[in-house]
Design a protein around this ligand. Structure first.
Ligand SMILES: [Zn+2]
Ligand SMILES: [Zn+2]
Length: 340
């Protein structure tokens, strides 16, 4: 596991689904789904900066109030993202309460609520505590490259799946890092210095080999400057390590279109967290309920080349038989495959 992300399921697999991802070294966390959050302490909830909600069925959304209760008066900003209808759903929850004493709170909490449709069209509306959580500042845009959240070190992408209604699946992707080998830089007659930042950026952008890189460093007799083509540094002097990819998939009908969308999101996942609601023997029921089976979940993990598979969101009908669901998914994941 990469050092940056520390993902932990909020509950055991028969309870409400949810994934809490701590961003190491930042005192910050990202939360996927808002079901029963009773297992998360206020200290953990206060770290959450961004919440991604797959859809508004109760087991994925009823924890909104608990989160709000903890952060109200203590945090000044929280961003939430969800499927079409999400802005109004949050607005209705907020409208259900009375907000006449909000001026007493220490912070003016702003909830920025974004909903995303197929194709990346986004609508964002703010709900601010001291404005009595009435909708403000509505804006529309298109998520760049389908990314709901893009920061310098990582991003979150969503896919819209079919669950009888739109349901979002998410990939939290760490940016690749470039490791520079000092001895190999020196072998080329150069010295390390702040110019390595430009080198790393050029490599991450995949600039052509003939791109000039200006190496500059301080020597005993002053500043030395030399320009070299990127191609002479790329390779053994500066190696690229792929970033971690954490993928979260819940409530999806077992159909080909969904599987293709999940595969696109989950390719080379470091860890794939995926619902395994039903056993393969109950595929008819899985279709009726628009949920995946354990076998399909394992099969997707194998086809995506996931490093690790974690199954959860088991149907209560299998209470006491969770091992069977996990084993069925694991068997499909480990099955030798041909022609992929
Ligand atoms: Zn659902
Ligand atoms: Zn569900």
């Amino acid at each position: 596991m990469s050092s940056r992300f520390h993902p932990v399921l909020v509950n055991e697999p028969f309870s409400d689904p949810g994934l809490y991802v701590e961003l190491m070294f930042e005192k910050r966390a990202i939360l996927f789904d808002l079901g029963d959050l009773g297992a998360l302490s206020p200290r953990k909830l206060l770290r959450v900066s961004d919440v991604f909600v797959s859809h508004m069925h109760m087991d994925h959304f009823c924890g909104f109030e608990r989160l709000l209760r903890v952060v109200l008066g203590r945090k000044s900003a929280l961003r939430l993202y969800g499927p079409p209808g999400f802005v109004d759903a949050v607005g209705h929850k907020l409208a259900a309460y009375t907000w006449n004493l909000v001026d007493n709170y220490d912070t003016d909490l702003t909830l920025s609520i974004t909903e995303i449709a197929n194709g990346g069209d986004r609508r964002t509306v703010d709900f601010r505590c001291r404005a009595r959580f009435r909708p403000e500042n509505e804006r529309f845009d298109v998520a760049p490259d389908g990314r709901l959240l893009a920061e310098s070190g990582f991003s979150v992408r969503a896919a819209v799946l079919d669950h009888g209604i739109p349901c979002l699946a998410f990939a939290l992707e760490e940016r690749a890092h470039v490791n520079v080998w000092k001895n190999r830089i020196e072998d080329r007659g150069l010295r390390v210095g702040p110019w390595l930042r430009d080198l790393k950026e050029a490599i991450l952008r995949d600039d052509p080999d003939d791109t000039p890189i200006r190496a500059r460093w301080r020597a005993d007799d002053g500043i030395v400057e030399r320009t070299v083509p990127l191609g002479t540094l790329r390779g053994d002097a500066a190696t690229v390590t792929a970033g971690a990819r954490i993928v979260y998939v819940v409530d999806a009908a077992p159909n080909a279109a969904n599987i293709a969308r999940i595969l696109d999101l989950a390719t080379d996942a470091t860890v794939l967290f995926i619902e395994s609601a039903f056993l393969d023997a109950d595929t008819d029921r899985a279709r009726e309920r628009h949920h995946l089976t354990a076998r399909i979940a394992g099969d997707i993990a194998a086809r995506a080349g996931a490093q690790r598979l974690v199954t959860f969101h088991y149907s209560p009908r299998y209470e006491g038989r969770g091992d069977e669901l996990a084993a069925e998914a694991e068997a499909a994941f480990r099955k030798p495959r041909q022609g992929l």
